[in-house]
Design a protein. Structure first.
Ligand code: FAD
Length: 288
């Protein structure tokens, strides 16, 4: 089913993101995770993409099994930077052959030395145009409530977001944010630019200080005072920080649902008990 149609039928749509194990590791661990996450009956599961070697095949394989074995809709992420047109066409052919209808079309992060990579693509909008021309896929793209880290101005990032939408995007999923006001402001600014497709908040629970610090630094997202307080309070107690992180995510999700968002996309980081707790306690699903 096309994910754009899911957003027309349900509110709030629950989606869960998982990532494939590192190259060289068996896929078993991600399927163990999925055994316990698909049981939550998410409306779709998204599978991240790493552009090196066998990783691309792993995303396609997992997304395909989510659909055919777990009977849950899947969204395959795909990046284009450093890929040739031929490589992109072959990934899309593979997705199409396996009956996958939904793709999250991304540029991907610039490698540290970008001078020696294939420059068939510079921006996600070019990939989106190509996917849209196939007339097979429902297309999602990334949105940045605080602006993409490379953008000098938030306003120019919004212009570029509009370019992606015009190229054929059906829905947007946001980068993580820790203050819901950031999302509400962004949603308004997107509406002023006549972006009328669903804009879905991406929520990442804080389960590990080092991991969050890395993400904050990599993505340039802001950390509100309330969160800094938690980091200080639990600096010597990782378990209590993770518990506080779950509470924080439940508060964020509950507030977003109350404000009428079309869906909640949870960055699960392949963690099961914490995600189940967030889903149940924020009322996204009822515990059987
Ligand atoms: P783009 O939309 O191309 O934007 C990149 C930068 O270029 C922005 O600063 C934008 O303002 C600017 N720009 C865009 N078009 C133009 C233009 N025409 N002229 C000038 N500037 C322009 N990464 C992965 O590797 N694998 C994943 O699975 C993955 N999943 C993600 C899922 C979500 C929901 C999100 C939010 C991000 C994900 N990422 C993933 C990270 C993403 O690849 C990076 O954030 C990347 O740096 C940008 O990708 P993009 O598709 O947003 O790029």
């Amino acid at each position: 089913m096309r994910i754009a149609d899911v957003y027309k039928k349900e509110r709030p749509v629950l989606s869960l993101e998982v990532f494939p194990p590192k190259p060289g590791h068996s896929l078993k661990s991600v399927f163990r995770t999925l055994d316990n996450l698909c049981d939550l009956n998410p409306s779709f599961v998204s599978v991240t993409y790493a552009s090196q070697g066998e990783s691309t095949l792993r995303t396609v394989e997992i997304a395909s099994r989510v659909r055919n074995e777990y009977h849950c809709e899947s969204l395959a992420h795909m990046t284009c930077i450093g890929h040739s047109k031929h490589e992109v066409a072959s990934v899309l052919d593979n997705l199409e052959a396996r009956g996958i209808e939904n793709v999250l079309a991304l540029r991907g992060d610039m490698p540290p030395d970008s001078s020696c990579i294939s420059r068939d693509y510079n921006f996600a909008s070019e990939l989106i145009e190509e996917i849209a021309a196939r007339d097979h896929f429902c297309i999602g793209a990334a949105a940045y409530p605080e602006g993409h880290i490379e953008s000098k101005k938030i306003s120019s990032d919004l212009i570029n977001l509009r370019r992606k939408v015009d190229a054929g995007v059906d829905f947007l999923i946001t980068q993580v944010f820790f203050d819901n006001r950031v999302f509400y402001d962004f949603r308004e600014r997107a509406q002023h630019r006549n972006i009328e497709i669903p804009v879905i908040p991406g929520i990442m629970p804080i389960l590990n200080y080092k991991q969050i610090k890395r993400i904050v630094m990599m993505c340039g997202v802001s950390v509100p005072a309330k969160l800094l307080y938690l980091f200080d309070k639990y600096s010597h107690d990782p378990e209590d920080l993770a518990k506080a992180g779950v509470e924080y995510a439940i508060e964020q999700v509950s507030d977003l649902v109350e404000e009428g968002v079309g869906g909640i996309h949870l960055y699960t980081m392949n963690r099961v008990p914490q995600i189940r707790e967030i889903v149940f306690r924020s009322g996204l699903r009822k515990q059987k």
